[in-house]
Design a protein around this ligand. Structure first.
Ligand code: C5P
Length: 214
């Protein structure tokens, strides 16, 4: 079954905990990033761990290898089980995140192509394909690829084989879960759940829409 990953981007602890609590029975992991952590601090990670789900740090880390390593160490010390980094800084920068993730029993995902309209401007001239190859070279656990462009994600799947694809863009950005769920290992859903009047019901609905991996 394709995982359902909640992108928990509200900017107050109260909202984050309320939404996570309602959605938790229906989801397989929680992803948080700058919106929540800049608002509430890194300590929110330990509170969210109480739901017993994998916790992914979406910092889209994109620096030199030494700085990437320092960032990744903070992420795993804070209690995360996965980290997302960018691929365009190069394989040495990616490898720095992969090493720290694996040393901590965690996972590292690399953004191959972004899901918003502007994501097509720079990633689609062969860059996404090259980043997918960096994932293989560095031993990273998988890629982030767009639910909004299943035809692109299908091409990236051919490069990365059985490594994981986590796919944002379902819901608010217009991605159709039916079109993507069979192709990826996890769909990432944010606003369509956390802005809902009933986040638990919204999470249950997206959970029921997931297809089987093909
Ligand atoms: O609210 P929505 O469902 O659009 O949220 C998508 C989440 O996935 C956000 O946290 C966004 O930052 C993240 N993301 C994305 N596209 C990428 C990588 C991450 O939308 N390529």
């Amino acid at each position: 079954m394709t995982d359902l990953i909640l992108a928990l981007d509200p900017t107050t602890r109260t909202d984050a905990m309320r939404i996570a609590s309602a959605a938790a029975p229906h989801i397989d992991a929680i992803k948080i990033g700058y919106p929540l952590i800049l608002a509430e601090g890194l300590g929110i990670a330990k509170e969210l761990k109480a739901f017993g789900l994998p916790l992914i740090a979406d910092f889209k880390v994109a620096d030199i290898p030494n700085t990437n390593q320092l960032i990744a160490q903070q992420v795993f010390e804070a209690g995360f089980s996965g980290i997302i980094c960018h691929g365009f800084p190069g394989s040495d920068s990616v490898k720095a995140c992969v090493n720290v993730a694996h040393d901590n029993g965690g996972e590292c995902y690399v953004v191959a192509e972004m899901s918003h309209p502007g994501g097509a401007e720079f990633f689609q001239s062969g860059t996404a394909e090259r980043i997918a190859r960096v994932v293989i070279e560095t031993g990273a656990d998988g890629i982030i690829a767009p639910a909004t462009r299943p035809e692109r994600t299908r091409i990236l799947r051919e490069i990365i084989g059985t490594r994981k694809i986590l796919s944002p863009g379902v819901g608010a950005q217009g991605g159709d879960p039916d079109a993507i769920a069979g192709l990826v290992d996890g769909i990432i859903v944010g606003r369509a759940i956390y802005e809902s009047n009933d986040p638990g019901a919204a999470a249950a609905r997206y959970a029921s829409l997931r297809g089987k991996r093909t």
